[in-house]
Structure formats: structure tokens, C-alpha cells
Design a protein around this ligand. Structure first.
Ligand SMILES: [Zn+2]
Length: 245
């Protein structure tokens, strides 16, 4: 019996791994197919927080926020494209090409933020989901949290995402969706629906260990994609467009 269960679990794990490999390989194709669907409908803009000279938070054992953000964002990109959503990412690599005129770290970061904003603003019917990891000096705090921009449609999306993150990943998580601080420039400069997801705490040993696993990153991406898909009706109403059937 145990052997059979093990075989079933292994088959499932292999199927999941194959799906990820297939999705990664077919990403560009999926993306161009959803672009061919035309300009109507929403564009999911996935922002992998930090990158380039800005690594973001770092866990005590050296896991960088920028690398986790990029990996989770790329998985969301695959999954959403698989469901026919037009997607774009604000960055697709850990390297960022800064203009030569930006000769200090501060200027380079500012240029990067401006480039991301241009990308978001040029996407038709954009919905922004920004991926981040939290960190705190104390190792105790844990739990994902969705933070919404002060724009139409953002609160509803954040509440949906928070509900799914709690129900699917950690029912002991007592955090609620809340409005983002006005110091977070990107989230306060956009006019589209926008939510920043703090997926987990890099400073919490249990969550840091989870973030190191392929399966948890895939779970995070799946939950966030599902939250977006379930909110499409409400988000489409913001733009007065039809929800794709
Ligand atoms: Zn961050």
C-alpha cells in the first residue's frame, strides 16, 4: 500500500515537473498566441521586485529576494499565459541594463523604476501584480500579505489574493489585505489596478525554507494566478471591457 502511494506521489511530482518544463519552453509561443487575441482584454503586468544592483532583502542564509521574486514572477507568467491571459514582465533577468547617464546607484534605481512605469503604462488595460518577499529584524513574523494601490480595482484584487493565500497556503495567517504605504513609488505612480504581494518572510526560518523549494514557489504562483483569474470580471469592469469567455 505504502509502495503504491509512493508511486502515485512520484508520478504526480513528475507530472508537475513536466508541466513546469513544458510551460517554460512554450512561454514565448503562449505569449504571442495570447497577443494575437487583440488589444481587448486585460494585460497582466508581472513585476518581479528589485533586480540588478538592488537585490532587495536577503535571508540569514543568503537567499536573495530579487531571485525569488523573479522565479515566482516567471511562473505566474507561464501559468497566466497558459490560461490565455496577455502577459508582460517588467524584468525577465537578474541583470538590468541601465542608461550610461545614470552614474550613481540612486540614479540607476530611479531609471529602472521609470522604465518599469513606462512598460506598465504602455500595456493595454493593465493590471499590475508586483512580487516581493518580506523581511523583519525579528525572525518570528510570518505570513503572506497583499498590499493594494490607491487605484480603482486594486482593493478587490488584493482581498481576493489575500483570501486565497490564507486558504491555500497558511490558514494560521492572520494578515489582511491593506493599503500600500505612500513611500512605495511604483505602486503610487500607476493609474491601473495594482497589488504588491509580500509572499513570505525571508527572515522567518520556516518560510525561508519553504521559499527555497520548487513546490512552494509553484504553489505561490498558482494561487496568485488563480486570484487574478477569479478577479477578471471585476477588473475588466474597471476598463469597461468584456471578460474573455
Ligand atoms: Zn521587496
Amino acid at each position: 500500500m505504502k509502495k503504491r502511494l509512493f508511486a502515485a506521489a512520484l508520478a504526480l511530482a513528475l507530472a508537475a515537473a513536466c508541466a513546469v518544463i513544458y510551460l517554460r519552453a512554450g512561454r514565448a509561443e503562449l505569449r504571442s498566441a495570447s497577443y494575437r487575441a487583440g488589444e481587448e482584454g486585460l494585460t497582466l503586468v508581472i513585476d518581479a521586485g528589485h533586480g540588478g544592483e538592488d537585490g532587495g532583502a536577503v535571508s540569514p542564509s543568503g537567499l536573495t529576494e530579487s531571485s525569488v521574486n523573479l522565479d515566482v514572477a516567471a511562473r505566474i507568467d507561464c501559468l497566466a499565459a497558459f490560461f490565455g491571459v496577455r502577459t508582460t514582465m517588467t524584468r525577465e533577468s537578474e541583470d538590468i541594463a541601465y542608461p550610461d547617464t545614470a552614474d550613481t546607484t540612486r540614479k540607476r534605481k530611479a531609471e529602472d523604476q521609470k522604465a518599469r512605469l513606462r512598460k506598465i503604462r504602455s500595456a493595454p488595460n493593465a493590471v499590475l501584480i508586483s512580487i516581493h518577499q518580506n523581511s523583519y529584524p525579528d525572525p518570528d513574523p510570518s505570513g503572506a500579505q497583499a498590499l493594494y494601490a490607491p487605484t480603482e480595482g486594486s482593493l478587490g484584487l488584493a482581498e481576493r489574493l489575500q483570501e486565497l493565500l490564507v486558504a491555500s497556503l497558511d490558514t494560521s495567517n492572520r494578515r489582511a489585505a491593506s493599503e500600500i504605504q505612500d513611500t512605495i513609488l511604483l505602486m503610487n505612480s500607476v493609474s491601473c489596478p495594482a497589488v504588491l504581494v509580500e509572499c513570505a518572510f525571508l527572515s522567518n526560518p520556516r518560510e525561508e525554507a519553504l521559499l527555497r523549494t520548487d513546490s512552494y514557489r509553484l504553489s505561490l504562483a498558482t494561487v496568485i494566478t488563480a486570484g487574478f483569474l477569479r478577479s477578471r470580471g471585476e477588473l475588466s469592469a474597471v476598463y469597461g471591457t468584456e471578460m474573455p469567455s
